[in-house]
Design a binder for this molecule. Structure first.
Ligand code: NAD
Ligand code: TDX
Length: 339
């Protein structure tokens, strides 16, 4: 299938975060005709270093908040697409303090939809499989585009809310929108609060890794580069008004992932601590990405999890200066939560 839309000037919100910055690198490396404007508030999760060194004639950085309607009104003209990654993204933080999640994830999405509507700009909305709630470990089903919304946490309920706003703005106002709901990403530039980088950097710092609950919760891992290629495919070929699920058949339980990390890093299999479970902890996520694969021809390329994990461990080992400044404060916050 040929591209139906090749954007020339895209705004990437949250382009200094984990997945957004990987998408910016992906666009620069693979789509030479597209210019990127990164709009990012540089919260605790954003780091300008994530896009350092990219060519200035391809990537422009704007420091600002997606809730700032006046800024959006000035910024958006001259762009032909918005790819919206910016969010408060961490479940544990949403349990400790939900308010920023309401502000950024719900109000921020509303502001972007309003400006996309005003200037008739193509809008792609990045969301999560967590909007569908969770599955039992023995459930033979996986999430599809038809699965009813059933979010569990303050984080996932604000993401579900934002998805519903997108659907309404498409149907009522004709905003040219698509939505993607992706499973758990891993790879470089992921904040050390998240499971895989937290455990890798704990080991590098001589801290014992921390496993929640019984360790049997399942996540459906995808390399962030596969997420990027899927988003590009949907942005350029997706049918307006549609939702596409993104996943790479990467189901694994947490204890298996942790044991893989311990083994690669030369630690004994039991060198970790069991800690208090996350309240409302989703048991299992699993994505069926048949629609994206059959309708738009996307396929994941980085499906060797062991290889991807080893590269990720190497990245954190080689880039200590990137994560060391925020490590102690992150662990202190977890300690106060008993995790
Ligand atoms: P992240 O927390 O690493 O990055 C978020 C970025 O958004 C940061 O750069 C931050 O500074 C910026 N930001 C936050 N609030 C802002 C605001 N009000 N205005 C402007 N910028 C703001 O998040 P991530 O893990 O890269 O997730 C990116 C997106 O992908 C989110 O929408 C998330 O819901 C979605 N998603 C994440 C995963 C995952 O596994 N991490 C999976 C599926 C979907
Ligand atoms: O120290 C830990 N120990 C642990 O056992 C941490 C930080 C997590 N966990 C568990 C909780 C989850 O079962 O590991 C699993 C993964 O946890 P997170 O990295 O916090 O991710 P999750 O809650 O699954 O959400 C992620 O995927 C979906 C992203 O953070 C979301 O932004 C995305 O929407």
């Amino acid at each position: 299938m040929t591209d139906t839309f090749v954007p020339q000037n895209i705004i990437v919100t949250g382009g200094c975060g984990f997945i957004g910055s990987n998408f910016v690198h992906y666009v620069v490396n693979n789509h030479p005709d597209t210019h990127v404007t990164v709009l990012d508030a540089l919260t605790y999760a954003g780091n300008i270093e994530n896009i350092a060194g990219l060519p200035a004639d391809r990537v422009k950085f704007v420091h600002g908040n997606i809730c700032d309607a006046e800024l959006l009104d000035r910024l958006v003209p001259g762009h032909d697409a918005i790819v919206h990654y910016a969010a408060e993204s961490h479940n544990d933080n949403s349990i400790a303090n939900p308010e920023p999640f309401l502000k950024t994830n719900v109000e921020g999405t509303y502001r972007l939809l309003e400006v996309a509507r005003k200037y008739d700009v193509r809008y792609h909305h990045i969301s999560t499989d967590e909007v569908y709630g969770d599955l039992a470990l023995d459930d033979p089903h996986r999430f599809t585009e038809e699965t009813p919304y059933h979010p569990s946490s303050p984080y996932s309920s604000t993401k579900a809310s934002s998805d519903l706003l997108v659907r309404a703005w498409h149907r009522t106002f004709g905003v040219r929108a698509t939505i993607s709901n992706c499973s758990n990403n891993y790879g470089p530039y992921q904040h050390v609060e998240k499971f895989i980088p937290r455990q890798i950097t704990n080991i590098l710092e001589g801290i014992r890794p921390k496993l929640y609950g019984d360790g049997l919760n399942v996540r459906d891992w995808i390399h962030t580069d596969d997420h990027s290629s899927a988003v590009w495919t949907i942005l350029t070929k997706g049918r307006i008004g549609e939702t596409y699920l993104i996943g790479a058949d990467g189901e694994r339980n947490n204890i298996t992932v942790l044991r893989d990390i311990l083994e690669v890093m030369g630690e004994p299999a039991d060198a970790f601590d069991w800690v208090k479970d996350r309240p409302g902890h989703d048991r299992r996520y699993a994505i069926d990405s048949t629609k994206l694969q059959t309708e738009l021809g996307w396929h994941p390329e980085h499906t060797n999890f062991q290889e991807g994990l080893e590269q990720t461990i190497k990245w954190y080992s080689d880039n200590r200066a990137w994560w060391e400044p925020v490590k102690a404060a992150t662990e202190e916050k977890y300690k106060q939560q008993g995790q």
